[in-house]
Write a protein that binds this ligand. Sequence first.
Ligand code: DQA
Length: 144
Amino acid sequence: ATIVVLNGPNLNLLGQREPQFYGADTLADVERRCVAAAGARGFDIEFAQSNHEGALIDIIHHYREAAGFVVNLGAYTHTSIALRDALATVTGPIVEVHISNVHARENFRHLSYVAPIALGVIAGLGVRGYEFAIEAIADRFAPN
Ligand code: DQA
C-alpha cells in the first residue's frame, strides 16, 4: 500500500529557505526519512512537490485511492479551497504537516482549509513531523 507525501510551493527550497523556521534538511532528506519510516511499517511512499496549485490537484486526483496522504501544502494551506475540495475526494486518512509552528507565527497562518477534513495536524516539530504523520496513518491500518 502507498502513502502519498505531497509538498506545496517553496518546499523545493527546503534547507536553503528561512532555516530559522524550517531547519537545514533538504526535501531530498525529507523524502529519505519518509521512505524509511514507511518501509518500517510495510508501506511504500509516493513523494511529490509542486509550486503550482493545479498540478497539486492533479496529483491528488491521480492518487485518490492511496492508503493515506501526508500533506504540507505550504501557503496554499491558508488559501486554497480548491486543494481542500480535491483532498475531500480521497478515500484514505489525511495528516496535515507543517514544519514550523504556524500558530506561533502570523495570524494569516492560523487558518487551514485542510485541517477540518484531516485526521490530524502536526505543526512545529520540524521535518520529524512527516515521520510522525506516516506513523499515524500506519496505525490506522495496523493499530498497536
Ligand atoms: C509551512 C507553513 C506555511 O505557513 C508556509 O507558507 C510554508 C511552510 C510549514 O511547513 O511550516 O510554506 O507549511
